[in-house]
Design a protein around this ligand. Sequence first.
Ligand code: XIL
Length: 372
Amino acid sequence: MRAIRIVTASLVAAALSVPLAWPGLATPQDGGQHAERGTLRAAAPRGLVIGSAAAGGGHHLDQPYPDPFTSDREYRRLLGSEFSSVSPENQMKWDFVHPERDRYEFGAADAIVAFAAERRQVVRGHTLLWHSQNPAWLEEGDFSAEELRSILREHVTTVVGRYRGRVQQWDVANEIFDDTGALRTQENIWLRELGPGIVADVFRWAHRADPRAQLFFNDYNVESVNAKSDAYFALITDLRAQRVPVHGFSVQAHLSTRYGFPADLRDNLQRFDDLGLATAVTELDVRMDLPESGVPTAEQLAQQADYYRRTLQACLDVEGCRSFTIWGFTDKYSWVPVFFEGEGSATVMREDFSRKPAYHALRRTLHEARRR
Ligand code: XIL
């Protein structure tokens, strides 16, 4: 009896503890033979990975260029040399990876995971439970609650299980609250059909499929202390009390110079850190209103650089913030002009891969933190 209780307690402790040092890699930031002097990954302090989305799928499918990740040599070179973490931009989402009920399509995701392994990069898996980019067979299907539950369970077990040991962090639940802090119980098929309890189940299934992966809640407009981030704080507190394996809270950080910088970002991350969670910045970009010429002014680029720097600094200032990812590194492939009318130039490199002030601000800030 006693032995069993001890085993149970240690399993619970293992489920809740945040595996900060990921056992899969010794020093992901040095990049081994792929490290280049003067890259972001080389500048980063020990224990912090610097990531980018790997472009493909989603909006790219409607653009007049071939798949960036597989076709653009210079793009691939920079993705491999500048970063120590990669996130599939679309290639692990439901509509991409599970196009028919009985068929999975893992080619693109496999290629990213293999690319990362060759370059000693870690991978952020994205995402398992979301209201967007779900296949029509699922959204328009006529399934009972019981069927939906088993479809979700099978998907999570299959996808997480396939990359077991090779994904450092999973965005398990994405954007489940709206800006008022209410659960998206209409838009989100899982919350609508199965109720809010499904969230805990998905974390449990994901943890079973890959006990080493850090499991996250991820959202936008949660950089500040506000109704939405408060809702996450309350939910995660509750789930942790129930021993649900939730390990992290991440802010996407799709910022715009139209709005002020979220000055309480560090304090907000810190309160989640204080709960014993890992934190992360997962999708940073800083869009701006483009002048008629399409070319940002020097002032605009300076303001953008300041937003990038401050976001990074907030993460550096929080002990458990060890993953910092930008949502693409070149304007050539950014989702911003497609989704935000009149805005653009949101990434750290121009279309020709020349570096903007934001790139240099990130590298300088990393370098200074490394020397401290
Ligand atoms: C975006 C991709 O960048 C696009 O290619 C796609 O067409 C739509 O989705 N929050 C998220 C990301 O969690 O998955 C989104 O990515 C951006 C907002």
